[in-house]
Structures are given as C-alpha cells and as structure tokens.
Design a protein around this ligand. Structure first.
Ligand code: NAD
Length: 583
C-alpha cells in the first residue's frame, strides 16, 4: 500500500512538472501484511467487505469461513497428528499465524489443548526447543546485554505489558537445566494466562534470562540457540537481574513479574529480594502453594478433618514443598495457631531423609521446619509422625512405593496423597498405583494429568493440582487492581476461592479440583477475591469496583472475531505506594 501510494504520488508530481516529494511513510498495512500479522489475521474468515478494504482480494479462497468452522478444521488436522510434540508444533504454528483462532480453539476445549500447550508436552518441547524452533517469540537477555536492557525493551512492540513470565532455565519442570530451551515455559505459561485468565495476549511478555547453561550436552549441540557458556553466577547474575527488574519498572510500570522455574536457591532469594520492590511472585513457590492448599481444604470435606488437626509430610523440600508448607503455616495462623505450633504440623523429608534440627547444614527454606525427631528415612518418619497427608514434590518418579502408599493407608482411613512432580513420567506414583495400593481409599491428586482409573468396579477421576487453577486468576486480579505488591493473603484468598468451587459431585468422582473446562469461571472468581484482598491489604491502585465479579468478567480477553473485550482497567484514583529498593 505504502509503495503503491508513493508510486502514484511520484507519477502525478512528474506529470505536473514538480520535483519528487519525500516518500510518505504511511503505516497502512497491505493485505499481505494483514495476513502475516498474527494479531490481525482472520484468514478465511475475512468477510467480502474486509477483503476489499484490506487489499485481500485474490489472496484467499472464495469461501468465507466462520471462526467455528476454522476451529473444526484446526482440530481435525490436530487430531490426525500421531504424537503430542507434533500437536504442540501445530498449535505453535497456529499461534504464530492467527492468534485469535489459536485462543478460540484452546478455550473451546481446554481439557484437550492445555496438556498440549503446557505440561506435560511443554517438557518435551523445551528439551527440543532449539531443534523445533521456527519463529522468535518473547524477549531474550544475555550477559552481553549488560547496560543495554532498558534500551532493548524499546524494541518490544507493545507499551502496556501487564504480565511478564521470566525464567533462567535452570530448573525446567522436573527436567533440570535446559538453558535457553526453557523459553517454552514462559511462552506456554503466558498462553495459559490468556486461555484460563483472559489476559490480553498483547499485554504478555515471555522473557528468557539466558545467562548460560551448565548442561554440557546442550552447549555442545550445534543447533543450541542459547548463550553457549557456563552459567553466570554470584554478583554478576544479581546485577543483570537488578538491571532487568529496573528496566521493567521503567518501561512497563504496571507489569506483574512472574518468576518461573528458577533453581530453588535463586527462586527463594529473588522472591524475598523483590517481593516488596516490584509487583511479583514466584509461581513454583506461591502458585503451587495455593493450588495444593486448595486441594487440602477440599479434601477435608471427604476426611472430615480440620486443617489444624492435619499432620502434613512432604517428600522433597525444594521450592514447591517449602512454598506449600509456608502457605499452610499462614492458613493455620489464620485459624488461631501460633507460628511455632503451625510449623510443628509439618515435616519435610528430602534426599537425605527427614529434615531434623540435628542436621549439620540446613538450607534457609527448610530451617523453620526442622524437627526434633531422630528418624531418618521416609518410612521411619512416617511411622514416627503418622502423617494424615503426604505430598510429593521431588521431581523423582517412583518415590511413593507400594510400601509408602500401604503405610499411609494403614495410618489413615482416607489417606491424602499428592504426587505433584512433573512431567507425568516424574510423578512420585501414578494414579493407578495410588488407588490400587490403597485399595481405593486414597484421596489422590497429581501435578500432571492422569486418566481416570477403574478399580474394584469404581471409576476414580484423579484431580490435577495444576497451577493453572491459580496463577491466571491471580494475574487477572493483580492486573485489574494494579496491585503494587502481591501478598500471602492474596494467595490464601485464591486458595479458598478455588476450594469453594469444588462441588460435591467433583469430590464424589475422586477429584479435589473443579473440572478444567470451568477454568475461566474459576479464574474470574479467584480474580474477584484477589481484588478484594488487595483492597484489605491496601496494596491496590484501582479500588474494588461495585459488582466486582461482573467487572472482572467484562475485562477478560475474548478471542472471537469482532469487537474485543478491552483489558485496561479504569483510570487509577489513588496514588501507588512507594516501594523500597531491595537490600
Ligand atoms: P526443587 O529442585 O526445588 O526441589 C526438589 C526437592 O526434592 C529437593 O529438596 C530435593 O532434595 C528433593 N529430592 C530429590 N530427590 C529426592 C528423593 N529421592 N527423595 C526425597 N527427596 C528428594 O524442585 P521444585 O521446584 O520443588 O519442584 C519439584 C517437583 O514438583 C518438580 O517435578 C515440579 O515439576 C513439581 N511441581 C509441581 C507443581 C504442581 O503440581 N502444581 C508445581 C510446582 C512444581
């Protein structure tokens, strides 16, 4: 269009004997541009009028499809693929081609699509990231960018970024150090922010903090796309992260930063350093905590227990386990227990056995849960402490053996067993094993999805303690209230909101979570409670509106073609709180 306009203008001026004018730099997109802009493209759904208007005549087949027909075409092709990674690639291509159709399709069948765009398939997609890479998406920072991050952020096309997911790729799911290949995680997670929480994809920014990898195999892979050096560590790492956070505060002041899949030590350190400095949270720690707590609260309707009477044992004592443990302590304190009493309800067993006070060196996140007991192994600890709830967050498969499940079943009429490790192949035990070994008594939830299990004539539908139940609603609530901080109370509110949406029917079928197909409704409810809590904790900028839930729903992204729901919240009418610089 631009070229055509300049050509016509030049001809006219020459005809009139005028000197050539400078070329007009008009941004009007050509039909070709429109078809190749994933945000605008509707492909065969462009109407006759639109085809004329945008210069699309001749560029599309005759039939004007509806979005529903397009979705059916996508699903037909998708279902023909024989492996999940091929389906992942297919969906990624669709996202790159026609964003609204991608989200429309994902929202139409969340249960089928979510495992393909996130866990478990995203694990394999990350492992193969550098080999299946087709089109850049997201923002990459390497040590060579030191001193330039703020200026680089001007290259980002959108000005109103509201959610950033960042990883340094060091602990991707349960798969370890995948370096820059870990970019699949922020991309996938942000897709879920949109699918489940209705955050406008234009306001999402996946970030790879690519400071190298200690995975030698990757570094030696000629197709590896990341910074091919050993990981940056210590003060240089911290300085680069500080530069990134400050650049975000300056360029995208309303953005929530979600830290994702950092190694435990960095995960806790970054969270405590930045939680009062910028709007941020760590999903592995806090999101997992809220989803697990919601599962525990729902399980009490089956066990008849009260939270304060539970004895909760963790296998694994990393980000996920101690994050959950910390939030349970907060929930118990709400119920009137002192912090010390609350901590006594929790025990951690890691790769060295029960975390006890006598241990020589205890990491900071484990210290508050160190026990006086002397038992060493998981089995000894179980027999000593007699847990009512057992939660696995080790990243290691088969750590809940037959003996472990049988012991839990002997100790409890309805043992609560969560095998949270991802991907599916790393789960501490399978759903089948949990139901069979407990003779159908287990109240089971997992991190990755398992198919329903038939046992003794009964069908058990295991619940997936998927973080996607929490973070999209959290993000939406934080965005709409423009919270300057993310408080623990907001996660408690999210956990309660999630647990309250589990129906008796869900519980009867064996699941502790609402069906995934209801996730947008669930996220809207969570966002509503988060907004209310942000008000109570005085961390909001935009006050809670009347009819909050309707307001939330009205602001959720709608991928259908036509006038879209707008994300920006109403103008702030209070002043943001000042946040201190982290020490
Ligand atoms: P992490 O590396 O921080 O922690 C792992 C912990 O497990 C460490 O304390 C380690 O000592 C311990 N461990 C390892 N092998 C063990 C063994 N054989 N016996 C006992 N302890 C052992 O990892 P993380 O972030 O805490 O995540 C752990 C797992 O939880 C991962 O697989 C992750 O995918 C999963 N996860 C699930 C959810 C969810 O389901 N919603 C959320 C977050 C993390």
């Amino acid at each position: 269009m631009k070229k055509f306009f300049n050509k016509v203008a030049a001809k006219l001026r020459a005809g009139l004997g005028l000197a050539p004018a400078p070329a007009v730099d008009c941004d009007c997109p050509t039909g070709f541009d429109v078809l190749h802009d994933e945000a605008q493209n509707k492909s065969t759904a462009f109407t006759r009028e639109e085809r004329g208007e945008h210069g699309l005549r001749g560029l599309l087949p005759y039939k004007v499809s509806t979005q529903e027909e397009q979705k059916n075409r996508v699903l037909e092709n998708l279902r023909r693929k024989t492996s999940d990674i091929e389906k992942y690639i297919d969906l990624t291509n669709l996202q790159d081609r026609n964003e609204r159709l991608f989200y429309y399709t994902a929202m139409s069948d969340i249960e089928e699509i979510m495992p393909l765009i996130y866990t478990p398939t995203v694990g394999e997609a990350c492992q193969k990231f550098s080999h299946i890479f087709a089109k850049p998406r997201g923002f990459y920072i390497t040590p060579e960018d030191r001193g330039h991050i703020r200026e680089m952020m001007d290259n980002w096309k959108q000005d109103d970024v509201r959610v950033i997911v960042i990883t340094d790729g060091e602990r991707i799911l349960g798969l370890g150090d995948l370096g820059a290949n870990g970019m699949g995680i922020p991309i996938g997670k942000l897709s879920l922010y949109t699918v489940c929480g209705g955050i406008d994809p234009d306001k999402c920014m996946p970030v790879m903090f690519d400071i190298g990898t200690n995975n030698e195999k990757l570094r030696n892979d000629p197709l590896y796309l990341g910074y091919p050096h050993e990981r940056l560590k210590g003060p240089a790492y911290d300085a680069l992260m500080q530069e990134f956070v400050d650049a975000v505060k300056d360029r995208f002041p309303k953005a929530l930063i979600q830290f994702e899949d950092f190694k435990t030590e960095n995960a806790f350190r970054l969270l405590s350093k930045y939680r009062d400095y910028v709007t941020c949270f760590n999903d592995d720690i806090q999101g997992t905590a809220a989803v697990a707590l919601a599962g525990i609260l729902a399980s009490e309707r089956l066990t008849g227990h009260a939270l304060k009477d539970e004895r909760i044992m963790f296998l694994g004592a990393g980000s996920a386990a101690t994050g959950i443990a910390d939030l349970i302590v907060k929930a118990l304190q709400e119920k009137g227990l002192s912090e010390e009493e609350a901590r006594k309800r929790i025990s951690l067993v890691d790769s060295k056995g029960l975390v006890t006070k006598g241990r020589e060196k205890i990491e900071d996140n484990k210290k508050p849960f160190a026990q006086d007991h002397t038992s060493a192994t998981l089995m000894e600890a179980m027999n000593d402490i007699r847990p009512t709830i057992l939660i696995g967050a080790t990243g290691v498969a088969n750590t809940f053996t037959k003996e472990v499940v049988e012991t839990m079943s002997a100790l409890n009429e309805r043992p609560v067993i969560f095998a949270l490790s991802n991907p599916t192949s790393h789960a501490e035990c399978t759903a089948q094993q949990a139901y069979e070994w407990s003779k159908g008594k287990a109240i089971f939830a997992s991190g990755s999805p398992f198919d329903p299990v038939e046992y003794n004539g009964q069908t058990f539908k295991p619940g997936q303690g998927n973080n996607a139940y929490i973070f999209p609603g959290m993000g939406l609530g934080i965005n709409l209230s423009e919270s300057v901080k993310v408080t623990d109370n907001m996660f408690l509110a999210a956990a309660r909101a999630l647990a309250s949406q589990v129906t008796d029917e869900d519980l009867k079928s064996g699941t502790l979570y609402p069906p995934l197909k209801n996730i947008r409704e669930v996220s809207a409810k969570i966002a509503t409670e988060v907004i209310v809590q942000a008000g109570d904790d005085n961390v909001f900028v935009v006050p809670q509106p009347p009819n909050c839930e309707d307001y939330v729903k009205k602001h959720m992204y709608d991928p259908s073609y036509g006038p879209e729901a707008a994300m920006p919240a109403p103008k702030p009418d209070t002043t943001p709180q000042q946040q201190p610089k982290p020490g």
